[in-house]
Design a binder for this molecule. Structure first.
Ligand code: FES
Length: 194
């Protein structure tokens, strides 16, 4: 099977990931039609937190869709990730309402605290930092989401304290838990107004 060159370049250094579980679930839940491509990708991401190359290849084989097309779909939709994420995903809103209320400083201070830029994961795999255009909760601006919890009316000190608290929690737990790339995904957002 011919893989998209970018896909190979992006993931050539990635260690092999066991995709047996989600692929087995896909075989049970789907018949392998091309129009099942997106729900298949969603299932893998729910299970592993991202879409490993092996999973994309398996899905291409199952559906008969070209691997380059599967890769194209995975990169087109922002809901999909091609790289593993940290145990905690922090998203800072950079929309207009949040920006005018200080989200830029919040982001800058979190970047400085974690030594990562948006789109990057800390070396200990504990945090992935991201930005979004708008969470749709502008009345609570500035907004930050940690995992599935939306935190409104944030300020720099509060946000960095929340990050520090997660660091302290991780330090108090066995280290193997922080290295696990799997994440519990929930479709229900909790909204915590600070
Ligand atoms: S601009 Fe930040 S939630 Fe809308």
């Amino acid at each position: 099977m011919i893989m998209n060159k970018s896909l190979l370049q992006d993931q050539q250094d990635a260690t092999l990931v066991d995709v047996t579980g989600p692929i087995s679930e896909i075989r049970k839940a789907f018949v392998g039609q091309p129009d099942e491509l997106i729900p298949m990708l969603q299932l893998v991401q729910r299970s592993l937190g991202y879409l490993p190359k092996q999973a994309l290849m398996e899905i291409a084989q199952m559906t008969g869709v070209a691997a380059a097309t599967v890769y194209g779909v995975a990169t087109f939709y922002s809901q999909f990730r091609l790289q593993p994420v940290g145990k905690h995903v922090i998203k800072v809103c950079r929309g207009t309402a949040c920006h005018v209320r200080g989200s830029g400083k919040i982001l800058k201070d979190i970047e400085a605290r974690l030594h990562v830029s948006p789109g990057e994961t800390t070396s200990d795999q504990l945090f992935t930092l991201e930005t979004v255009a708008c969470f749709g909760s502008c009345a609570l601006a500035p907004v930050m989401v940690i995992d599935e919890a939306v935190h409104g009316r944030m300020d720099s000190a509060t946000s960095t304290n929340m990050v520090d608290e997660l660091i302290h929690q991780a330090e108090a737990k066995p280290t193997e838990e922080t290295a696990d790339p799997k994440r519990e995904d929930s479709h229900d957002l909790r909204i915590d107004e600070e």
